[in-house]
Design a protein around this ligand. Structure first.
Ligand SMILES: [Zn+2]
Length: 164
């Protein structure tokens, strides 16, 4: 039970000064951001947004996985989302090799054999970003007129480039 004590103590402090309660869960700024689980990415901060402004969906590589797609659909119909940003990033582990190569690295680091598992890794980042943007743009269940863009975030400069 003690494994999370440092985090719970930090949360006690956070809750003491918390004053953002009471509003509902829409995206106030109409923005939904799909990005990687990478710890170098601060989705709200990098866009000048704050708590409550945006829906954030994270996945390995910032890919549009089935759950991410579900979030986009619900967001576009019920949560005020009118712009969706697909944000991949530089030096992403999921864009540095294939699924087989990721499995090899896992064997190397922890001896667990996960060969055959689908991680969604693909070294052709341009192709995956383009595909995910087109998938959202053409998806029949996403509200028409939702703006969709594909971006690459540079984890070393903090700059976001609009690619698609
Ligand atoms: Zn990544």
């Amino acid at each position: 039970m003690g494994d999370f004590n440092d985090l719970l103590e930090a949360n006690d402090l956070y809750a003491e000064t918390f004053s953002d309660g009471g509003f509902d869960g829409i995206a106030k700024a109409g923005v939904l951001v799909i990005t990687c689980m990478d710890s170098r990415i601060e989705p709200l901060g990098m866009l000048g947004l704050k708590l409550g402004d945006a829906k954030i969906l994270r996945s390995p590589g910032g890919r549009v996985t089935p759950d991410v797609l579900t979030g986009c659909i619900v967001g576009s119909h019920l949560l005020n989302v009118n712009r969706i940003m697909v944000v991949q990033h530089t030096r992403c582990a999921m864009a540095s090799g294939t699924d087989a190569e990721v499995a090899d690295k896992i064997i190397e680091s922890s001896k667990m054999d996960l060969r055959g598992m689908t991680f969604g890794a693909n070294p052709d980042q341009d192709r995956t970003l383009d595909f995910d943007v087109r998938l959202l743009k053409t998806h029949p269940a996403i509200k028409p007129r939702t703006k969709i863009g594909g971006f690459i975030y540079d984890v070393d400069s903090g700059k976001l480039a609009h690619v698609y």
